[in-house]
Write a protein that binds this ligand. Structure first.
Ligand SMILES: NC(=O)c1ccc[n+]([C@@H]2O[C@H](COP(=O)([O-])OP(=O)(O)OC[C@H]3O[C@@H](n4cnc5c(N)ncnc54)[C@H](OP(=O)(O)O)[C@@H]3O)[C@@H](O)[C@H]2O)c1
Length: 348
């Protein structure tokens, strides 16, 4: 970035899976930082973290931590955002929140810059970062919606454990070692931390991400459904989701079925639209086995799309394979990207 103005930034949840990537991304992007505050719970307060070669001491996040902060990047869980985001706003900070606390609040813009950057302008102090699996899907679907119209979406996800935080990633590491040693697998985090029942994730697939809702869907599935309609401004979209956790450390993959409104669309047309979309990279050539995978997408900021093909029984139906790093485009990069748009347009 080539800005002369600099900003005081707070990262809330700096020690977490997302918070650490937030710091890496701010550094990679050379975000114009005047002062940086690293905040956590009392557990990590006093510990040190390094940013651009300088050591910072973590502080416990309290309302007063946000005095003189311009932008606060929150990723410390919904209850922390509910409690502290209004305190940050009261003290003049703009909050970019990674949790689900405010996403469906009508007064809070829910933003993926490639899709609805203009919504940022309507903020009242809080901008919400969507759910990781939703972000990558809407980035891939936006050019299809814009040029061909979109009637229906059915998505099945293949999600990484880092989406459930550092503890879940550690659980996969330990269980994998136990499995290979022929030992019993101990599960205490997944599918939902704090729930009564837990299942091993190593060498397994868990068809539950977040808590079950009364309608039989999980909260993650409802997030994909509701957030997609809000971000894309498509309240009438027919959309359904099945979310599955797999023993992958980083990057979510998704099988997305989309039914377009325009007739006689070719696979080539769809490939061109998706391939030219901002933030999206087409990796799609079956002749040379070219398609994205969680490993190939990890550590990259883009959304990768492959396996585009026409449904054999529905002439308006297409299948896509969408992969992205859940901690980058799904969380840290999308948040920093929002912050970049805010400062570039002076939407603070
Ligand atoms: N992982 C993803 O792909 C992803 C994507 C999008 C959104 N999110 C959301 O981002 C949030 C964090 O996720 P994560 O994966 O980074 O979790 P994580 O690895 O478990 O990290 C949690 C972070 O929150 C801090 N924290 C916990 N309680 C706190 C408190 N009372 N006050 C201040 N800080 C506190 C922790 O600090 P300590 O070191 O002190 O414990 C830690 O820094 C969640 O709401 C999650 O839903 C995650």
């Amino acid at each position: 970035m080539s800005q002369t103005k600099t900003y005081t930034i707070a990262v809330v949840g700096a020690t977490g899976a997302v918070g650490q990537k937030m710091l890496e991304t701010l550094e990679d992007r050379n975000f114009p930082i005047k002062e940086l505050k690293l905040l956590s719970s009392s557990r990590s307060a006093g510990k040190k973290m390094v940013f651009k070669g300088t050591e910072y001491t973590l502080e416990e996040a309290t309302p007063d931590s946000f005095e003189n902060v311009d932008i606060a990047l929150f990723s410390a869980g919904g209850s922390v955002s509910k409690k502290l985001a209004p305190e940050a706003v009261k003290r003049g900070a703009l909050v970019i929140d990674n949790t689900s606390a405010y996403r469906m609040d009508e007064s809070v813009p829910l933003v993926v810059p490639e899709v609805n950057e203009e919504d940022i302008k309507n903020h009242n102090g809080i901008i919400a970062n969507p759910n990781c699996s939703t972000i990558q899907m809407v980035a891939a679907l936006e050019p299809i919606k814009q040029h061909l119209g979109m009637k229906r979406v059915i998505v099945s996800t293949y999600q990484a454990v880092s989406g459930a935080g550092n503890e879940a990633a550690e659980e996969l590491r330990e269980q994998s070692q136990s499995f290979l040693n022929g030992e019993e697998l101990e599960a205490s985090i997944l599918p939902v931390s704090g729930d009564e029942k837990h299942f091993p994730i190593a060498f397994n697939a868990l068809p539950q991400i977040d808590k079950f809702q009364d309608n039989g869907y999980t909260f993650e599935e409802m997030k994909m459904i509701n957030e997609t309609k809000k971000i894309m401004h498509t309240p009438a979209l027919q959309i359904s989701a099945t979310c599955v956790r797999l023993p992958i450390f980083t990057s979510h993959a998704e099988s997305v079925y989309v039914e377009v409104e325009q007739e006689d669309v070719s696979v080539q047309q769809l490939k061109e639209l998706v391939g030219n979309a901002p933030g999206v990279v087409l990796e799609d050539d079956p002749d040379v086995q070219s398609y994205p995978t969680p490993l190939s997408a990890a550590g990259k900021r883009d959304v990768f799309v492959g396996r585009i093909r026409k449904d054999l029984d529905h002439k308006n139906g297409f299948h896509l394979w969408v992969v992205s790093d859940n901690l980058l485009k799904g969380a840290a990069w999308n948040s920093v990207q929002i912050a970049e748009r805010v400062v570039a347009n002076q939407w603070l």
